[in-house]
Design a protein around this ligand. Structure first.
Ligand code: UDP
Length: 313
């Protein structure tokens, strides 16, 4: 079993690789990354492992390599990062997915697309089920990512219908944990950093928008389970239904760090979804999967990781 992980030096990719290398039936894990958002520190722990191989590659270019499984993760996922060069983001998602589907088809490999809760946009039904078609502003500042992932899902199902490609689609909700970049720009890294440094936490808007956060290990177990199922293609929601307002999250992070930071209100970015919570009935039934780590437990582990990164461990 040879497994390709695109975006393998990134947050989710590196955690996935650690889990894959722990499995006896995996002969080789190939990590592909452009290192735009990838971290050397996510790759270096594996470099001495003979079952691990790193290839620096821009996913917008085709690739010819022998593989049995493709986990396609390569894309910046933080709004701050994907909005810095939105044309590159859209190109990476579309061409990257196309190239990996071509490779999967040529190799008779199974392909798993990591799609996103962002395909639901600013959702009009709550919690979100896989049957909901979403509410995305196709001209907004988040569209390069949201619409990118929507066309990526379309391509994936068209490859299956037209070329019989063996595909799986996961819709991942907000995930956090070890391996995130300090300056990632997403809410949990921002809040933890600010709380450790004793700076005010930058709450956007009135802080009443909600998200549901899943600890990275739980997310990875969900993805690996979906990849090995024989009778479901998806899309399947992978996330933790434990929903919080961003104001609640700020206070939970302050407690987890033991910080004296205050909260500072900042303008709400454009098209920021008001609420998000996965319905995970399908994952529970078809993957026998559900998240196990609570927000408090996951945050305390993540705080240790960030303190070490900041030299304050
Ligand atoms: N957010 C915040 N402060 C920050 C960063 C983000 O209040 O420093 C809010 C953001 O407006 C959004 C939520 O936290 O409502 C989650 O943002 P993130 O960028 O982590 O991911 P998203 O779910 O929006 O893609």
């Amino acid at each position: 079993m040879r497994i390709l992980v695109t975006g393998g030096a990134g947050f989710l990719g590196s955690n996935l690789i650690t889990q894959l290398l722990a499995k006896n039936d995996v002969d080789e894990v190939i990590c592909l990354d452009s290192m735009l958002c990838g971290l050397d520190s996510n790759v270096s722990p594996h470099l001495n492992n003979p079952r691990f191989k790193f290839i620096k590659h821009e996913i917008t270019q085709p690739l010819d390599i022998q593989v049995d499984r493709i986990y396609h993760l390569a894309t910046p996922a933080s709004p701050k990062v994907y909005q810095m060069d939105p044309i590159h983001t859209a190109k990476t998602i579309f061409l990257g997915t196309l190239n990996m589907l071509e490779l999967a088809t040529a190799q008779n490999a199974r392909f798993l697309l990591t799609s996103t809760s962002e395909v639901y946009g600013d959702p009009l039904i709550h919690p979100q089920t896989e049957t909901y078609w979403g509410n995305v502003n196709c001209t907004g500042i988040r569209a390069c990512y949201d619409e990118g992932k929507r066309i990526a899902e379309t391509l994936t199902f068209d490859f299956h219908r037209q070329k019989n490609t063996d595909v799986r689609v996961a819709r991942i909700f907000n995930t956090y944990g070890e391996g995130m970049r300090i300056n990632d720009g997403r809410v949990i890294p921002n809040f933890i950093n600010q709380a450790i440094e004793g700076k005010p936490l930058t709450l956007y808007g009135h802080g009443q928008q909600t998200r549901s956060f899943c600890y990275v290990r739980d997310t990875i177990e969900g993805l690996m389970s979906l990849m090995e199922q024989e009778d479901i293609m998806g899309p399947v929601n992978i996330g933790n239904p434990d929903e919080h307002t961003m104001e609640e999250l700020a206070n939970t992070v302050i407690r987890a760090v033991g910080s004296t930071s205050t909260i500072e209100f900042n303008p709400l970015p454009g098209d920021d979804p008001r609420q998000r919570k996965p319905d995970i009935s399908l994952a529970k039934k078809s993957l026998s999967w559900e998240p196990r780590v609570t927000l408090e437990e996951g945050l305390s582990r993540t705080v240790i990781y960030f303190k070490n990164k900041l030299g304050k461990g």
